[in-house]
Structures are given as structure tokens and as C-alpha cells.
Design a protein around this ligand. Structure first.
Ligand code: NAD
Ligand code: UDP
Length: 342
């Protein structure tokens, strides 16, 4: 079976490629390397001892997509490609809607033309907005997103669902990720943010290695056990195996199916800092800062549906997530080096 992985050189995509290759899928990657490096794919090959096919290309480029589908007999697409910086999306809504929505429309057009109607999509817990219930089940209504990035996920879920409504031959699995952290235990691939990280774990590792002076914790007066926000952190390698489980499901012609990919356990920001210190023995100085706009106090999943229907559950705990994030940071203090510009 041949899988097209859009955005396969990125953080989650590269870890998923490893799992796909380890499970004997043929892997074709398309990535414009806007937020990633080809080195990640070289290391995927090194880790697995297997080859994959790489197209440096853009999902905004219809000809490129047509060419890929013509040259490969694609059975299913795992669609990671997209812009993902929440804050940036507020200042650059057109870029986000264009890249994420237009790019995805191009992709489904190319899929349609090639007769490939199996799609697994990287969605996000952000579509729940301020969640109506905790833990969040898949039945929880979608909420109001607080930024254009979130709306692109919200809208794309609807667009892909409508494709199935119009043509039931389409199978679509919407995977709503919670908070991916960690790295491959080899330390060869991991998250490589541009500039100062916005997300918690890369910020912590950059403080730990001395690149940043201290962590600012956004808010300590939330209605949570210690006043800091609670999230469902999930090891990126667990997320990767979740995609392989979804591929098995899609072969059953599952129609539209939605799964949370989380651990079902919530940790506060202080819990993460303390676990990081315990797991690595490295101190992380921090101070409390005002709340960050748009943050919800608590967001963690019910992971029951994925366990029940996909036979998948997360295996790694928070200490392993911290250990592997730190291992990656230590071995690659400058990540993969400079990302290529468009
Ligand atoms: P990432 O930025 O590391 O990977 C995305 C990849 O897509 C990058 O390699 C980038 O170069 C590529 N890309 C972007 N636009 C493209 C285009 N027009 N054409 C071709 N390639 C393009 O991000 P990630 O963390 O690996 O996230 C993967 C997916 O999962 C994204 O869709 C993201 O929105 C979603 N997601 C991520 C998180 C998270 O916290 N990391 C949470 C929920 C959902
Ligand atoms: N956070 C923080 N300091 C930082 C980055 C994040 O206190 O420098 C907090 C943030 O307010 C949130 C949690 O860590 O409560 C996770 O944030 P992240 O941006 O990693 O993911 P989000 O849940 O917002 O998608």
C-alpha cells in the first residue's frame, strides 16, 4: 500500500513516516520545506534502514500534485501539510486560509482526479474551542476558535465531511491531536521551531540548554489545581502509531470517523516543568506572567474511542516525553539548521 504524506518532513510527519516504513508501507512525501528540513527525511531513512520517495513541492501547486498522483499509485493520503503558528495566523489570516484551505482543496481535487478517496487529516483539539465538557469526547460540539489557524482546521473538517456526503466512496479520518511533544528516542529527529518557540516544551528545552534565560508561565490564577493551565501532552511517537492504526481503519471503508489522539491525562504547566526537572536533572528557571490571550484553562481528551475502535492507546508517559524532548535538544542544539525559504 502506498501512502502520500503531505508535510512529511515536518515534526509529526517525519515521526509518522518512521512508523509507516516500519509497517512496510510505501511512503511518498511532498513537502515545500517551508518549516522543515530534508535532513529530517534523511534521518528517517537512517533510523528505519528503508527508503521513501520525496517531492520537494507545494500543495498550492496543482501541477505538482497531478504529477505525484500520476507517477505513484497512491492508496491513501495522510495530510499534515499546513501552517500551524497560532499567533502568526492572527496577523496573517490570508496566508493561513490560502495555504491551509486552498492547498487542501487542491489536494482533494488531485485525489479526485486520480480516484484516490482515502484521507487522514491532522486536525486539532483547537476545534473544540473552550470545551463544553472535560474530558473531551468526540461527541463534544465543535466550539468557537480563537484564531485563523484554528478556523482552518474547523473548516477543513467540514469540507472533508461534505466530500463524503456528496460521494460516500470517500473515507475520511479526522484525527484531533492534543499536545504533541517528545521526539524519536534516537534523538535524530524532533521538533525544530523557527526563532523563539511559542509552545511550552520547546521553550522549556531551550531554557534548559541555556538559549533562553527563563520560562514565562502564562497565568497562575486559573481554576485548576495549581492555577496553571492543564493540557493533554502526547508523545509524538504515540501520535505516529495512531496514524498507522487509522490506516487500518480506513481500509474498512469507515466513512467519516473522528478520533481524539491524546493520553486522556491532563498535566498543568507546573506539572510539566517539575516532571522535566525530575526526568532530566536539569533546572528550568521560571516566573509567572499574565495569562496568554486565547488560552483555555483545561483541555484534555477522553481517549476511549480511539482505544475502542482503533485498538490504539498512548504508551509513553510524561517523563519519557520530557526525556526524549531533552535528548533531541541536547543532540541537536540548533535543530536541523536553517529551514529553506520559499
Ligand atoms: P510542521 O510545521 O513541523 O509540519 C508541517 C509541514 O508541512 C512542514 O514540513 C512544512 O514545510 C509543510 N508545509 C506547509 N505548507 C505546505 C505547503 N503549502 N505545501 C507543502 N508542504 C507544506 O508541523 P507539525 O507540528 O508536524 O504539524 C503537522 C500537522 O499537524 C499540521 O497540519 C498541524 O496544523 C497539525 N497539528 C499540529 C499540532 C502540534 O502541536 N504540532 C497540533 C495539532 C495539529
Ligand atoms: N505556556 C506557557 N509558557 C510558554 C508557552 C506555553 O506557560 O512559554 C503554556 C500555555 O499558556 C498553555 C500551555 O503552556 O497553557 C501549552 O501551550 P502550548 O502553546 O504548548 O500549546 P496549546 O495548548 O496552546 O496549543
Amino acid at each position: 500500500m502506498t501512502i502520500l504524506v503531505t508535510g512529511g518532513a515536518g515534526y509529526i510527519g517525519s515521526h509518522t513516516c518512521i512508523e509507516l516504513l516500519n509497517n512496510d508501507y510505501n511512503v511518498v512525501v511532498v513537502d515545500n520545506l517551508y518549516n522543515s528540513s530534508k535532513k529530517a527525511l534523511d534521518r528517517v531513512k537512517e533510523i528505519t534502514g528503508k527508503d521513501l520517495k520525496f517531492y520537494k513541492g507545494d500543495i498550492l501547486d496543482k501541477d505538482c500534485l497531478e504529477k505525484i498522483f500520476k507517477e505513484n499509485d497512491i492508496d491513501c493520503v495522510i495530510h499534515f501539510a499546513g501552517l500551524k503558528a497560532v499567533g502568526e495566523s492572527v496577523g496573517k489570516p490570508w496566508e493561513y486560509y490560502n495555504n491551509n484551505i486552498t492547498g487542501s482543496l487542491n489536494l482533494i481535487e488531485a485525489m479526485k482526479n486520480a480516484g484516490c478517496k482515502n484521507l487522514i487529516f491532522s486536525s486539532s483539539a483547537t476545534v473544540y474551542g473552550d470545551p463544553a465538557q472535560i474530558p473531551i469526547t468526540e461527541e463534544c460540539p465543535k466550539g468557537k476558535c480563537t484564531n485563523p489557524y484554528g478556523w482552518t482546521k474547523w473548516m477543513l473538517e467540514q469540507i472533508f465531511t461534505d466530500m463524503h456526503t456528496a460521494d460516500p466512496d470517500w473515507n475520511v479520518i479526522l484525527l484531533r491531536y492534543f499536545n504533541p511533544i517528545g521526539a524519536h528516542p534516537s534523538g535524530l529527529i524532533g521538533e525544530d521551531p523557527n526563532g523563539i518557540p511559542n509552545n511550552l516544551m520547546p521553550y522549556i528545552t531551550q531554557v534548559a540548554i541555556g538559549k533562553l534565560p527563563e520560562l514565562g508561565i502564562f497565568g497562575n490564577d486559573y481554576d485548576t489545581p495549581d492555577g496553571t493551565c492543564v493540557r493533554d501532552y502526547i508523545h509524538v511517537c504515540d501520535l505516529a502509531t495512531g496514524h498507522v492504526a487509522a490506516l487500518k481503519k480506513i481500509k474498512e471503508n469507515c466513512g467519516v470517523s473522528i478520533y481524539n489522539l491524546g493520553t486522556g491525562v491532563g498535566y498543568s504547566v507546573l506539572d510539566v516543568v517539575n516532571n522535566f526537572i525530575e526526568a532530566t536533572g536539569v533546572n528550568v528557571p521560571y516566573s509567572f506572567k499574565p495569562r496568554r490571550e486565547g488560552d483555555v484553562p483545561q483541555c484534555y481528551s477522553s481517549a476511549d474511542k480511539a482505544k475502542r475502535e482503533l485498538g490504539w492507546e498512548a504508551k509513553y508517559g510524561i517523563k519519557e516525553m520530557c526525556r526524549d524532548s531533552w535528548n533531541w535538544q541536547q543532540k541537536n542544539p540548533d535543530g536541523f539548521g536553517e529551514a529553506e525559504s520559499l
